[in-house]
Each structure stands twice: as structure tokens, then as C-alpha cells.
Design a protein around this ligand. Sequence first.
Ligand SMILES: O=P(O)(O)OC[C@H]1O[C@H](OP(=O)(O)OP(=O)(O)O)[C@H](O)[C@@H]1O
Ligand SMILES: NC(=O)CC[C@H](N)C(=O)O
Ligand code: SF4
Ligand SMILES: [Mg+2]
Length: 503
Amino acid sequence: MAQDSGAPEPDDKLHDECGVFGVWAPGRDVARMTYFALRALQHRGQESAGIAVGDGKTVLVRKDLGLVTQVFSDADLAAMPGHVACGHCRYGTAGAKGWEAAQPHLSTINNVIIALAHNGTLVNFDDLRRELIDMAIPFRSNTDSEVAAKLIGYFTQRGHRLRTGIAHTMRMIEGGYAMVLVRENALYAFRDPHGIRPLVLGRLGDGGWVVASETCALDISGATFVREIEPGEIIRISDDGLRSERGCRPLTPANCIFEHVYFSRPDSVKDGSSFYLMRHRMGARLAQEAPVEADLVISVPDSGTPAAEGFAQESGIPFGTGLIKNRYVARTFIQPTPELRQMGVRLKLNALPDVVRGKRLVMVDDSVVRGTTSLQIVRMLKEAGATEVHVRSASPMVTWPCFYGIDTANQDQLIAANMDLEQIRSRLEADSVAFLSTEGLFACVPPNGYCTACFTGAYPVQIPRSFYEEKFLPGYEPNNLAPASKTSQMTLVQAEELLGQEG
Ligand SMILES: O=P(O)(O)OC[C@H]1O[C@H](OP(=O)(O)OP(=O)(O)O)[C@H](O)[C@@H]1O
Ligand SMILES: NC(=O)CC[C@H](N)C(=O)O
Ligand code: SF4
Ligand SMILES: [Mg+2]
């Protein structure tokens, strides 16, 4: 069993976030259903995977480092009977990377065990963790998610019902969160008041329920989409059916727009549209905003493909396969040196000289973050005989780090925060480069409230200075759109008193 190894290791990729899933289905094999759902959500996190099952008496958790298929054998799943379960696949954003940080996290409340799975990042977890430690509450990891699990335990232990403990916790924690929790006989799901991180509810044909980060996990479970969990809402599913209540006041909606650009699977659906369709539109819009004379449009597979198809369709330039992806290379390949980085991209993608030789290419990707991928691919395409390579990013310039559940790196590593367009073009060794405008991006997604902080620096949830100081370049300050909540500024004892009075 590996131990926590300290701070997150720096690498140079844009990382996914986490996937969460929950199921209430008496009479069904809930562990196996969760396993399949986590496999559908595997693109959201490949560091660790875990499943917690409630069987009416207690909660059993199994988790480990690795992919879902590496963590669970058939025998493991068979040894986890129950009627309620939650699951998690992780890419860590706060705390260490080791086994202890794998989710779901356990917390014991009197004789009740809860297990919590979290997608997102809590920006004020450090202070809360310190306070809980001062109260002799034990921690096994240094992650934000375990702080939420222990906080729920703390409030619930003080005589409240579990759902009141969750509601009080929601009023103390700040940041992005979609959380799924099981106890021995019930499933809970709740979402941050801005709805930054996604969480959907689905219904099984036989009366069961599921919740998931994305609708692709409903599809694999045979569930039909019912609705999203509302920002600030807590749902509880048990023998008494589904109950909804407000955990905290909903605030200005700020759905993460990067889900639309890159994170979510193209076959997942949000606000009535598939992410495939939205990305196709982004590519078409990019062709209008940044046209170029060329012979062939190629994509950086797989995530750049819908936008490349849209670009080709709108521009009338044929779409071709210029790059082949090795399907056995994981998304998050860690590359500690420039040489290995180059090998990493080459291991994952290779050019097809027969297709690109002698051609002027438009190379479309969903995003250019540090520029590592684009630079390697431009070189590869030119070596394979392309005469021109025009780089097109189907999202705006990423100039600000994310603090709400996605690891977009410190600002000094974001190519667009450090260079103007001409410098980027030259660094990428491209013949031209263009990014979709922010207005263009908005025109391609369903009307809703969005977080666009990584493009604009307008942060929907205030970030404490201690949390961001080292992340920004000198002279950059986040534009915090809203102050932190009153209760999150209080000590736990003060908050408990106030929340207790408010009921
Ligand atoms: O500018 P960079 O810092 O290189 O980041 C941008 C790249 O990262 C992502 O791909 P990634 O290779 O992580 O995964 P994918 O195979 O899912 O597209 C994204 O799709 C871009 O291709
Ligand atoms: N990417 C995520 O959503 C990570 C969840 C949580 N912050 C963790 O690091 O475990
Ligand atoms: S900063 Fe960007 S990646 Fe982070 S939640 Fe906002 S839109 Fe999503
Ligand atoms: Mg990519």
C-alpha cells in the first residue's frame, strides 16, 4: 500500500479532474454498476479509483492507485454486496497523490460510517483542516476532500441529522464541488452554490436512482436523465424515496465552461446539447473568426476532432487524418524532462506522411494551454512533409489558473499568459496561430451562467490570498466576483452556533 508522498508532482499537462458516481438500487449489483460507470468516467481521472458500498448495516470501501480496471477484479466486486454505492476516479488537485488521498474518504459519526466522493477543489480547506486537527479530529491525507468528509462528521456528531451536517458543511466550504456520499442505508448528492462542477440525476427502469458527473455514466447504467442536481441542493435517496432540500442559498450560476471545451466526453449531454455538437460549433465559429487558405484540416485526436470537423465543414477545406493516436497511452502521461515530453507526445501521436506530405495544413485542437502538445505536433507534421501548419485553438487563450477542480498549472507555465500572439506563433514554429474569442465560445454553448475564469480572470468564488499567491505572475490579481460567505469566515464554533440558531 503506497503512502502519501508529499506535494503534487509538477508536470506539464492540462489535467482532467475527477469523476463521481452514486447509485441507489436495492436488489442490483451496485458495486458492479459503479465499476462500469467509473470506467465510463475514466477520462476524468486516472490516478486512483474507489468504490464504497452500503449494505444496510455498514459501509465498505475499496480504493487504490491506478485505473478502474487495475483497482478492481471480479472477485473484489463480488465481495462488495449492498444496495447503495458511490465511486470516484481521481486526478488530484489538492494534497498529495498517494493512496491515502484516493477516494471515497471515510468518516465515522458515532456508530455510523459515511464515505464521500468529491469532484472539485475547496479553496479554504487549509484553515478548516487546521481547526479540525486542533479539535483532535484525525486525518489520513492532506486533501481538501477529506476535510469535507470530516467536517460533515463534525457537524453531524454534534447532534444534527446527517443532512443538516451536510448543509452546515456546505455553508463553511468555498470552491467547486460535486459530492456524492453514502451511508449504510442512503445516498446523498450535493453541489456547490454556483454549480461550478457538474452533477446529474438519472432514473433506473426498476425504480433505482443514479447520480454522476456526466450523462455518459447514466447511459452505461441504463438510466435516463432526469435533471441536474441544482446548485446548493442536497438530495437524499433511501427507502423513503428521493427527497430534495436546500443545503445553501444558490448563487450566480457559474458552470465550468472547460467541461464544454475539453473535459466532458463528447457523448455526454448538458442543457440539451451534446458536447460533441458544441465543440463542432466551436470549430465552425473558429473557421469564421480565423480563416486560412489551406489544403487539409486535421485534428489533434481525439479531443480536437469534433472542432476540427466543424472547422472543415464551415471552411469547405477537406478533413483528413493526419495524426494517428496510440490508444494504449493514457491521457496523463508524466514527462519530467523536455526530451521525455517530446517522446511522450510521439508515443501518443504519430504523423501520417502519406496524408500530410506537400500539404498546407490547418491543425485544430480543443485548447492550447502550455503549448507543449502543439509544438511537438507542428514539428512532427513538418518533418512528415507538411509545407505549412496553421494552429487553431477551439477555445480562447488560457491565461489564468483554475482553483475549482482542474489543474491548469501556474500562470508562468501558461503560454498565453507569457506571450503575445506573434510570440506564440514563433514558439510553436507554426505558420499562423489563432484562438477562438470568448464571445465566439459563448455563442456555441447553450445559454447558462458560466465560469470563464481561466480565460478572463473573473473568479466566481473568492480565492484566499494564501491559496493563490504562488500561482500568479507578478502584477496579476484575480478579479473576485463575489465575497466569501459570512459563515466561511467564522471559526467552526462560531459558525456552529449561528447555523444552529438558523436551523
Ligand atoms: O498546450 P498543452 O499544455 O499541451 O495542453 C493542451 C493539450 O492538452 C489536452 O490534451 P491531452 O494530451 O492532455 O489529452 P487528450 O488526449 O485527451 O486530448 C488538450 O486536448 C490539448 O491537446
Ligand atoms: N480533480 C478533482 O476533482 C480532485 C478532487 C480533490 N480536490 C482531490 O484532490 O482529491
Ligand atoms: S477556471 Fe476555467 S477550468 Fe476552472 S472552473 Fe472556471 S472555467 Fe472551469
Ligand atoms: Mg489533446
